[in-house]
Design a protein around this ligand. Structure first.
Ligand code: ADP
Ligand code: ADP
Length: 224
């Protein structure tokens, strides 16, 4: 599913968090929103998710105007920097949660969760509780939970930001492989240029509430 944001504006008092932002996010690609802290990345992501309303502008998902739709109706998976897992549920039950509240048949839930446990490499930890996982494992669980309901769009807000450098590096490579397998349209917010270069099909560079450049890593950066 492609995403279009057209003429998005969002002000906090006198401050323009988004200043007439338009962007096309192609179907099936991983697009990063890259920029310094305060440049409007999260605001743009939250507008796509429907978690914040825009002052003006339109968000389209697969050519449907979703600007007036609630987050639930936008068919989106979301992963934040600090993931809120259910601490009294096992890894398996955390991943299954969205399917269960949608009342999917048990057989379907079990099959989907088994598949995702493999994809994110947590099958051996499926009966653990979140507190018994490392930070990186927890974020992989968060991704599996977001993907369980087959969202049209996956939105990731600094999902690896709270992890140490080595784990972050592993998870980037892992996210890239996951994306090549699943191919869901993905938008990643990051302030880390290397992270954007490592995982993205396309990068949009934000600064002071505006999009300054959009392109593939090779379009944008002169790399050896
Ligand atoms: P980024 O994700 O690039 O760090 P944000 O989109 O979170 O940037 O924020 C952009 C700007 O808008 C920041 O200066 C931030 O302080 C401001 N901002 C974001 N949310 C609010 C809010 N609810 N109230 C006031 N200012 C906000
Ligand atoms: P992120 O780490 O994703 O950039 P922040 O820590 O900037 O997020 O913001 C977390 C939450 O606080 C968001 O919901 C954002 O809208 C809100 N927020 C950010 N800046 C401000 C601000 N200056 N005043 C009020 N709320 C803010």
């Amino acid at each position: 599913m492609s995403i279009q944001v057209i003429g998005a504006n969002k002000r906090y008092g006198d401050f323009a968090a988004l200043d007439d932002v338009s962007i096309d996010i192609p179907d099936g690609q991983l697009t990063s929103l890259l920029g310094p802290s305060g440049s409007g990345k999260s605001t743009l992501l939250r507008a796509i998710a429907g978690l914040d309303t825009l002052d003006s502008g339109t968000v389209r998902i697969n050519d449907n105007d979703v600007s007036q739709k609630s987050p639930q109706k936008r068919d989106i998976g979301f992963v934040f920097q600090h993931y809120a897992a259910f601490k009294h549920l096992t890894v398996r039950d955390n991943i299954a949660f969205g399917l269960k509240i949608r009342k999917r048949p048990k057989k379907e839930v079990d099959a989907k969760v088994d598949e995702l446990l493999e994809v994110v490499g947590l099958a051996v930890f499926q009966h653990r509780f979140p507190a018994q996982l490392s930070g990186g494992q927890r974020q992989r669980m968060a991704l599996a939970r977001a993907l369980a309901v087959d969202p049209k769009v996956l939105l990731l807000d600094e999902p690896f930001g709270a992890l140490d450098a080595k784990v972050r590096d592993d998870l980037r490579r892992w996210l890239r492989r996951l994306h090549e397998e699943v191919h869901v349209t993905t938008v990643l917010v990051t302030h880390d240029q290397q992270e954007a270069l490592d995982v993205s099909d396309r990068i949009a560079i934000l600064n002071k509430g505006r999009i300054e450049q959009v392109g593939t890593p090779d379009d944008l950066y002169d790399r050896p």
